[in-house]
Each structure stands twice: as structure tokens, then as C-alpha cells.
Design a protein around this ligand. Structure first.
Ligand SMILES: C[S@@+](CC[C@H](N)C(=O)[O-])C[C@H]1O[C@@H](n2cnc3c(N)ncnc32)[C@H](O)[C@@H]1O
Length: 456
């Protein structure tokens, strides 16, 4: 059912200082990463979203590490600690991600028990077309179903000029000049992405990227390509134009920041960048309906459920496009648009089982570490309410300076450089001439000054 294309490559790692220091060379998947010297692994998922798939990469990496550390589960904890960063655009629903961490931890504890290596999860808002980490701090970048999104709509289209009337992406009537704009933007974006990730990866670090791709090299040879799903959306928009709900000109200036490259286009950018060796590249087909069972035993059921699939596909596309649609047309058309779209998709699926093409790439960076000071104030409690014996109790305690110092000293972990009690206004907006902020800044400044050897 899936068309697969695969390519593997190893990191070469010549001429970088860490290589001489003994960092392992070559591709070795999780095994290779585990043999890196640090004893810690930083893993980042780029475009994590905030849905059921958000923690997939975390559980997969935990399982892979536990598997590698194999027969002696307890040894895994001694060998490696994992720090996960879940990245997405700032508009992502990170509150939902935060709220999902605890249930995920409980599930992992239940399923993996002692086999789970120690791990920590943090969220990282920001575009993956910008720097996200300091130099050489990440061991594994993962991204799935995200890198087909461009950093923006091509500038020439974003001016509001009508250059691709009737389409919101590349389709049969798209002029070659517009195709070229999309291609050039892909090359620019992807080569920037490679440069950014190269700087952030440690020696021997790896990336695993899955994103929508194109089977045919000719962009305008569209039969069997997944972009038909966008054309069905364009048709749903046209219905809204006919109903007078959307202006034709508005539709003609709506363009998606999206591009599905061919295998050759991806390889060409990687080759030109001279930063990565591809370990493995593969084109495979995947169903638009995220809930459709890939198991061929279910084929009869799948045809019968084209309506359900239409709704699922519409939800999936809506999750990605709703902010863009609402920004351009206003939020009031969104429900109707995606309802019409679900109907069109269902009809389309009855005729053709819609499979789309995805690239999976895993590659090693052609080879090539952060100090943290702890603040004693971390010992201060935070305001939090919990139910206790049927009553509500504020989990809060404001300690004296002596109490804080006593705990710090008995911990034997930190020296207190400076402890000071100062008064602060309950109304934080009243603090423009802000003595507290000055004190905090001075404290941070003095620590950084000491660390960087500045005499003060
Ligand atoms: C289809 S979702 C993929 C979700 C998940 N990774 C999965 O595999 O199901 C694409 C995600 O990429 C994110 N995204 C798009 N462009 C991005 C960018 N420049 N930087 C970070 N995230 C981006 C979107 O916000 C969205 O959450």
C-alpha cells in the first residue's frame, strides 16, 4: 500500500576538534548517540503540535534508549539522562502540552517502570527557521509532518498581487513563474534550516525528519499527488464565493506557505549545504486520514467509512490551516468551509483512496557543549491550591531569610552569595521604578560577571 524510497548515509566528521577528543564517527542511530561522551542526550521535536502525536517521539526515544540499555534496565539510569524539548510556533497550544506532561509521565511509569531512563520535558516556542539552541547542544532533532511548511508565503505573492488565481497552492493552472517562487523559497528555507541545525547539533548528532514530498520531479504533473487535497479545499472556497460568503479577489490572494519537494530537490539542497550526510532517505505513501487503519484487512470498512474519513481529513487539514484561513478571511467562515470540505473529501475518497507521499530522512551531522548556576531562591515555595480533607488549603509559606539560609546550608549544595529581604508592591504594574528588578538584575549581573572572570 505504501510506496517507499530509502537512502542511508553516515556522518564523516573530519577536522573538528571534538573528533580528535574521541567522539564516535559514523551513523549509529540511538546506539551511536548513546556512545557520545556526555552521558546526557538532548532530543528536540520540531513542530510538535499539541495533539495526540505530541509525545510520540518522547515515548519512541525512551523505548529505543531502554532497548539499547537492554538486559540491565537499572543500568540505563546510570548511563544516560534525556532532556526533551518540544518545539512549535508560539501560536501552538503549549498550555495543552504542559497539561499533558503529567499524564504522559504517569503512563510512561506504568508502561516502562524501571526501564525508563530519567527524562525531562520542556517546551520551546519559536520557528525552526530561527536559531533555537546554543552551539553544539542538541544530540537528536526529530520532526514529523512539519517541514513542508515554508517560513512564509513567497514575497511576490504576499504583496496581494493576483498571480495564481483560483488556486491556493500549486495546481494545474499555476503559472511556472509562481512554481519557481515556491521552489526558490523551499531551497532558501531548507538550506537555512540545515545551517541552523548544523550549528546546534553536537558532534555525531543526528536528525530524523519526515515531511510531505512529491513523487514526480515535475511539480505540475499532479495526478496521484497529494496536493489534490488543497484543490478540494479551493473548491470548497469557490462554493463560499458562489454563496456570496467570500469575495473572489480575497480568495485569489490567499496562498499557502507550503511546498512539497521531490527527492531530487531535497538531496540537491543537502548536497549544496555540505553540512550533512544523508544516512537514509525514503519516500513512502501515507493516508491523509490519520485515523485510518493501514492494515489492508480493513479495506471494506475503509470504503464504507469514507464519510468518517472525510471528517477526519478535514479536521487534520483544519488543524494546520485554520489560523491562516481565519487571518485572511475572518473566523466566521471556518466552520462552514471545513464542513463543505469534509463532504468533498468524502466524495473524493469514494473514488480514490487518497495516499500522500512523505519523506523520511535520517542523517548525521558532519562532525564536529552550557554551564548553569543554581539560584537559592528555587527553594522558595510557590502559591498553589490543593484539596485536603475536603477543605481547600493554600500550599504556600513565606519563609524568613534565616529559614531559607538554614535549608541552603543544611543541603550542603550551594553557597549563598547574597541574601537580602526587600519590600515589593502587590500590584506588579506599579513597579516602574522597580527596586526589585534592579536587585534581581544586579544579582544576575554579579553571577555572570564572576563566571566570565570580570573583576568587580
Ligand atoms: C501537521 S502538524 C505536525 C504535528 C506532529 N509533529 C505530528 O507528527 O503529527 C505541523 C506542525 O508544524 C508546526 N510548524 C509549522 N511551521 C513551523 C515552524 N516554522 N517552526 C515550528 N513549528 C512549525 C505547526 O504549528 C504544526 O503544529
Amino acid at each position: 500500500m505504501h510506496a517507499l524510497l530509502a537512502l542511508t548515509a553516515c556522518s564523516s566528521g573530519e577536522g573538528h576538534p571534538e573528533d580528535e577528543a574521541g567522539a564516535p564517527q559514523g551513523c549509529g542511530g540511538i546506539h551511536g548517540l548513546l556512545s557520545l561522551p556526555a552521558g546526557k542526550m538532548v532530543v528536540t521535536d520540531l513542530g510538535c503540535s499539541s495533539g495526540p502525536n505530541t509525545f510520540l517521539v518522547v515515548s519512541q526515544v525512551l523505548a529505543a534508549v531502554a532497548n539499547c540499555c537492554g538486559e540491565q534496565p537499572a543500568a540505563a539510569a546510570d548511563v544516560i539522562q534525556l532532556q526533551f524539548f518540544l518545539n512549535d510556533l508560539p501560536s501552538n497550544d503549549f498550555n495543552h502540552v504542559f497539561q499533558s506532561v503529567e499524564p504522559f509521565n504517569k503512563l510512561t511509569a506504568k508502561e516502562m517502570g524501571e526501564a525508563a531512563p530519567p527524562y525531562y520535558i520542556a517546551a520551546l516556542p519559536g520557528s525552526f527557521y530561527t536559531r533555537l539552541f546554543p552551539d553544539h547542544t542538541v544530540h537528536l532533532f526529530h520532526s514529523s509532518y512539519s517541514l513542508m511548511w515554508r517560513s512564509k508565503v513567497p514575497d511576490e505573492l504576499a504583496t496581494g498581487a493576483v498571480m495564481n488565481a483560483g488556486n491556493m497552492y500549486i495546481w494545474e493552472t499555476t503559472p511556472p513563474a509562481v512554481v519557481k517562487l515556491y521552489q526558490e523559497l523551499f531551497q532558501k528555507d531548507f538550506s537555512l534550516f540545515l545551517k541552523l541545525r548544523y550549528s546546534e547539533l553536537v558532534s555525531g548528532g543526528q536528525m530524523v525528519l519526515t515531511f510531505m514530498g512529491r513523487k514526480k520531479s515535475d511539480v505540475l504533473s499532479l495526478s496521484g499527488e497529494g496536493s489534490c487535497m488543497f484543490q478540494l479545499l479551493a473548491q470548497a472556497f469557490q462554493s463560499l464565493v458562489q454563496l456570496g460568503r467570500v469575495e473572489e479577489e480575497k480568495l485569489d490572494t490567499f496562498n499557502l506557505p507550503f511546498y512539497t519537494p521531490s527527492m531530487e530537490e531535497v538531496k540537491a539542497v543537502v548536497r549544496q549545504s555540505e553540512l550533512f550526510d544523508i544516512n537514509h532517505i525514503e519516500l513512502f505513501e501515507s493516508n491523509w486520514d490519520p485515523l485510518e487503519d493501514d492494515d489492508d484487512d480493513n479495506d471494506d470498512l475503509q470504503v464504507v467509512d469514507s464519510v468518517r474519513s472525510g471528517v477526519n481529513v478535514a479536521k487534520c487539514i483544519r488543524a494546520g490551516l485554520e489560523p491562516l484561513v481565519a487571518l485572511h478571511f475572518g473566523g466566521c467562515i471556518v466552520d462552514d468551509l471545513f464542513e463543505m470540505y469534509a463532504h468533498s473529501v468524502a466524495k473524493h475518497l469514494e473514488k480514490l483512496k487518497a495516499n500522500d507521499r512523505w519523506f523520511v530522512l535520517s542523517w548525521g551531522r558532519r562532525c564536529w557543549q552550557a554551564a548553569a548556576t543554581n539560584r537559592a531562591s528555587a527553594a522558595l515555595p510557590c502559591g498553589q491550591i490543593r484539596p485536603l480533607l475536603g477543605t481547600w488549603v493554600l500550599v504556600f509559606y513565606a519563609p524568613s531569610t534565616e529559614e531559607v539560609k538554614a535549608v541552603v546550608m543544611s543541603s550542603e549544595l550551594f553557597d549563598v552569595n547574597h541574601a537580602e529581604l526587600f519590600e515589593s508592591n502587590w500590584d506588579r504594574s506599579q513597579e516602574d521604578d522597580d527596586d526589585d528588578n534592579d536587585l534581581q538584575l544586579q544579582a544576575v549581573d554579579s553571577v555572570i560577571g564572576v563566571r566570565s572572570g570580570v573583576n568587580r
